[in-house]
Design a protein around this ligand. Structure first.
Ligand SMILES: [Ca+2]
Length: 428
């Protein structure tokens, strides 16, 4: 039995196409889990592009016999081999002169429609799961919980191990049903619709090829919306976003005809509450299969190990990303084929770990209030701020970052080898 999506091999693309500045942005990370040996910035969360690898150029204007001043080239690096062909879709051959991927574009099927031929080796049955509306406690216990808190300890709750202060407990109601991808968007899915694959674990990626069924990464928030629009178009649904530009330089925003993303019938990123509701799948523990026992990567957290690829178990023979300091026996670590761990009760894979998942909402440090008597209804996050949310932790995260309530934030144009996404769609 095969999945309904079409899968295919992919091309490559690198952060370098965005220019050195984009790649070396100082991080807003609150997750100092890992340091990237190749990074030129101060982001301690994920591997980032090593930016400009050009040779130093002579910026001196003078001539003669004096000492020539050579400065490091900090200009925009245009040496990337990103495929910028806009004609590279479906069965069309790749005519981009910039495409040096070793895998030629020979796919014959595209998209994730139900009529597509699936060549994936990963079989999870249905690709989407329907999540009815409902109410839940969002956030994590801090040692002093509401009288009717239904989580561990009730009102006498203990503070969750690894908790951060921006995880205030509040009661949320989602008044609508939605469907959610059971896995993160894979490299093959992304390439099939948008015609490129920027993954650092892609066919010609910096860290070795994980495979077509591994999650696409090195995509920013806007690229995730562009993918959502492409899927909506393919399936005859309204595109939720207005996008300008293309490929790695695309910029997207919610169509003006919608006041909030849930009102659109097309594909989109999940809101923060949708994501946490889905990740918890009816549970109130740190992980959907139980509590957290270890904040770091070692010793192994047995609950998390069962459901997630994280910094305590993400060994990968195809990866060149060194991780010997993470846990005993580790040498190289990286992304893995999706759906390799146990799904949660609602059929969702890799909600913890694998790649951080882009969220629709702007980050707001303090959640609005919500009680069982007066729930917060269908929230969409804060007013415009600097950061969009990311959720779930990644293959390089310590265990505490994979907790259901953990929140982190990134500039919308951030990209890294541990950032990907999955889509949702509001159901009528
Ligand atoms: Ca994930």
């Amino acid at each position: 039995m095969k999945k309904k999506e079409a899968w295919t091999t992919a091309l490559l693309g690198l952060c370098m196409a965005m220019g050195a500045g984009s790649c070396s942005r100082v991080s807003d990370s609150t997750d100092p889990t890992r340091t990237d040996p190749g990074a030129t910035d101060t982001d301690t969360q994920g591997p980032t592009d090593t930016a400009d690898t050009g040779t130093p150029t002579d910026t001196g204007t003078g001539t003669g016999t004096g000492t020539e001043s050579e400065s490091v080239d900090t200009g925009t690096d245009t040496g990337s081999t990103v495929d910028t062909s806009t004609a590279d879709t479906a069965s069309a051959s790749d005519t981009s002169t910039a495409d040096t991927a070793s895998v030629s574009d020979t796919m014959t099927a595209t998209g994730t429609g139900t009529s597509d031929t699936d060549t994936s080796t990963v079989d999870i049955g249905a690709d989407w799961t329907t999540i009815p509306g409902g109410s839940f406690w969002m956030g994590t216990p801090n040692g002093s919980c509401p009288a009717d808190y239904a989580g561990p300890g009730g009102a006498a709750c203990a503070s969750e191990l690894g908790r951060d202060t921006d995880e205030k407990l509040h009661y949320v109601t989602l008044t609508y049903a939605f469907e959610m991808m059971r896995t993160e968007v894979t490299q093959a899915q992304f390439h099939a619709l948008l015609g490129y694959n920027p993954s650092k674990f892609g066919p010609s990626g910096e860290y070795g090829h994980c495979g077509d069924d591994c999650p696409v990464e090195q995509v920013n928030w806007h690229e995730a919306l562009a993918y959502a629009n492409a899927l909506s178009a393919k399936e005859g649904l309204d595109a939720c976003f207005t996008c300008t530009g293309a490929l790695t330089t695309v910029t997207c925003s919610l169509k003006g005809s919608y006041s909030k993303p849930q009102d659109c019938a097309g594909y989109r990123l999940p809101t923060e509450s949708e994501w946490e509701f889905a990740a918890r799948a009816g549970t109130l523990t740190a992980f959907d299969n139980g509590g957290i026992t270890t904040v770091g990567s070692t010793p192994l957290d047995s609950n998390l190990d069962e459901i997630a690829w994280y910094g305590g178990n993400s060994a990968s023979a195809t990866s060149t990303y060194k991780c010997s300091s993470w846990y005993p026996g580790a040498t190289t670590c990286g992304t893995q084929a999706v759906a390799g761990k146990t799904a949660n009760a609602w059929g969702l894979y890799d909600m913890r770990g694998e790649v951080w998942e882009w969220i629709w909402d702007w980050y707001q440090a303090v959640y609005p209030d919500g009680t069982t008597a007066t729930p917060l209804s269908d929230p969409v996050g804060g007013a415009s701020s600097e950061w969009r949310l990311v959720r779930g932790g990644s293959w390089m995260s310590d265990a505490k970052y994979a907790r259901a309530g953990k929140r982190d934030k990134r500039y919308p144009d951030w990209r890294g080898a541990n950032y990907g996404f999955r889509l949702v769609r509001s159901l009528p």
